[in-house]
Design a protein around this ligand. Structure first.
Ligand code: OXD
Ligand code: MN
Length: 592
């Protein structure tokens, strides 16, 4: 097949990699429908994908990964910066020269008898000043077809790149899916990613976590912008105006649900709407008017399937009804559709579970879908996709929200006193772990700005970058920073807040605070709503006044323990910004 570009840096890099992995042939992905169709057919002919019921789920397919390859592998993910110090205490580090040598030894000849697919892709609308280009080489059709959904792929991208050398190099080799030789390596100084021995999305769709967060966070530090693990939503109020919010939550903590929220009935009637700009990643930079603007660099949703249903997220469910790839969900053989835990109360009796074994969902104790099973759905399918989704200039941000799963401690919502205090609030985020990464589930760990697994350089320098960004903003124009916790539990272990659509009640307060329309109580940790300002109309049965008070309370004795945890965490960082040290001292003084 002919090369699709004459860009010398692209061609010489690809030729080097061809010499290394020795593919049988090379196919450039041009993004045309014919090519996509042919690849789908090929993947079905080899069993890599299963074509689903085309009447109920047009252009939808099912894929099963290897059983040992179902989540991101944080322990095998490395930042290969020149020194360990540059990667920082929270990243795994490998010397770049040693990493290249090891990875090339694994990759050598690994495409023998296989096809090399060359995927030119843009993160962000092609040609936008926010956008960045990457090229991923892969020997997996599944990866190609996912990248086609998740990013903008094809000829236009190479046209936009022209002769530039500013693009991210990505090499993915499936090899033998050997866990012992699985490595996800980022080389931020070289704009390079190498991923071997995995076929799971977060490890192999290199545009997503590897580029749009790890490499891009480093690029952003050098170029004066930010790459964040944040959804972007537009909140339309009864006045018809739309205000935008970026929100960071750790993986599988409901970013997709919040980004596509359906307002409670009373709110809906009054004209409230939520528009989704993105559900996972934000690229943020200052606009000409001095405000911060954000784009979603992705073009689709790689969402967690279990728990997604008509009630929890009808918009996400609707997004998966065409052109979607399902990974590691159950296959209903009766009607050739898919099922997962929490979809409905009617599991199929005649099915195949995620590992590929026969499964009777009515009787089996085993799960039909893996807890981290996914859908890869085109953003355009989403009924509440924002009209600004393709806007090359992004959307102006009114509020930044941090949050995690905390059964105790963090109140339903609080506002930071100012930008630097907000950076502190983000830096001390902690959350119970989920199935999105391999390892124990439900353990509280520090996850600053939800970037622990995704920051491409020293986390202390990343915090300093946040502080620098704030210093460059007029405080009047800077987004206000908040923390939320939808996951507070009572002493019996029951969730105290209904969550989902009712989270709008909290977003509404957040926007009112941004616009100076509502007072708040100043506490040791920041501003907390006055109970009367959280509207409980319609959920009085679920949330009593006493419960709301409890949800908004700040328990100083718990915060004393928390401070000890923060000090221990901060103790890891030689380069901790003085500003954050001072914020911690303020918190300590406040809870005395
Ligand atoms: C994701 C994750 O897939 O954070 O978005 O794991
Ligand atoms: Mn994520």
């Amino acid at each position: 097949m002919e090369n699709m570009t004459s860009n010398k840096s692209v061609l010489s890099w690809i030729n080097e990699k061809i010499d290394l992995v020795k593919p049988e042939k090379v196919v450039w992905i041009d993004g045309t429908q014919e090519q996509i169709e042919a690849l789908r057919a090929e993947a079905c002919s080899t069993g890599e994908m299963i074509k689903l019921n085309q009447e109920l789920l047009p252009d939808c397919y099912l894929h099963r990964t290897a059983v040992n390859d179902v989540a991101r592998v944080e322990g095998r993910t490395f930042i290969c910066a020149p020194t360990k110090e540059e990667a920082g205490p929270t990243n795994n580090w490998m010397d770049p020269a040693e990493a290249y040598e090891m990875l090339y030894a694994i990759a050598k000849d690994s495409y023998k008898g296989r096809t090399m697919y060359v995927i030119p892709y843009s993160m962000g609308p092609v040609g936008s000043k926010f956008s960045k280009i990457g090229i991923e080489l892969t020997d997996s059709i599944y990866v190609v077809l996912n990248m086609v959904i998740m990013t903008r792929v094809g000829t236009d991208v190479l046209k936009a790149l022209g002769d530039s050398e500013d693009w991210v190099r990505g090499l993915h080799c499936k090899c033998d899916i050997d866990e012992e030789k699985r490595y996800i390596c980022q080389f931020p100084q070289d704009n390079t990613i190498i991923s071997v021995n995995s076929g799971y999305g977060g490890n192999v769709l290199l545009g997503k976590k590897c580029f749009a967060l790890r490499i891009a966070s480093y690029q952003g530090k050098n170029e004066g912008w930010q790459a964040e693990h944040m959804l972007i939503l537009g909140l339309q109020k009864p006045d018809g105006e739309i205000r935008y919010i970026c929100a960071a939550f750790p993986s599988a903590c409901g970013k997709t649900n919040l980004a596509m929220l359906i307002p409670p009935e009373g709110y809906y009637k009054n004209g409230y709407r939520v528009w989704c700009v993105g559900d996972d990643i934000s690229w943020i930079r200052k606009g000409e008017d001095g405000r911060l603007y954000a784009i979603n660099p992705e073009n689709g949703f790689f969402g967690v399937a279990p728990g997604t249903n008509e009630k929890s997220n009808p918009n996400a469910l609707a997004s998966t009804r065409k052109g979607t790839i399902f990974t590691n969900v159950a296959h209903n053989l009766d009607d050739n559709t898919v099922w997962w835990e929490g979809l409905d109360k009617n599991p199929p009796a005649n099915a195949v579970e995620w590992k590929g074994n026969p499964w009777n969902g009515q009787e089996s104790e085993e799960k039909g879908a893996h807890p981290n099973s996914r859908f890869t759905a085109p953003a355009v399918n989403c009924p509440c996709i924002s009209s600004e989704f393709e806007n090359p200039d992004g959307v102006p941000i009114s509020a930044i929200v941090f949050g995690g799963r905390r059964a105790k401690l963090a109140p339903l919502v609080y506002q930071s006193r100012d930008w630097n205090h907000g950076v502190f609030v983000g830096s001390i985020m902690a959350s119970e772990t989920t199935a999105a990464a391999s390892g124990a589930v439900g353990v509280v760990r520090r996850d600053p700005m939800a970037m622990l697994p995704f920051c491409g350089y020293n986390m202390a320098d990343y915090w300093q970058h946040w502080i620098n960004i704030g210093a460059g903003l007029d405080p009047e124009k800077a987004p206000k920073i908040f923390n939320v916790n939808w996951f507070r539990k009572d002493d019996e272990g029951n969730f105290m807040w209904p969550g989902f659509g009712d989270n709008l009640r909290v977003l509404d307060w957040i926007i009112d605070r941004c616009e100076g329309k509502v007072e708040a109580d100043e506490t040791a940790i920041g501003y907390v709503p006055k109970a009367a300002d959280i509207n409980l109309e319609g959920i009085e049965d679920e949330v009593s006044d006493a419960q709301l008070k409890e949800l908004l309370s700040v328990d100083v004795s718990l915060w004393k323990d928390e401070v000890a945890g923060i000090e221990e965490f901060y103790g890891k960082f030689d380069r901790l910004p003085a500003t954050l040290k001072a914020e911690l001292e303020t918190l300590k003084a406040n809870i005395k």
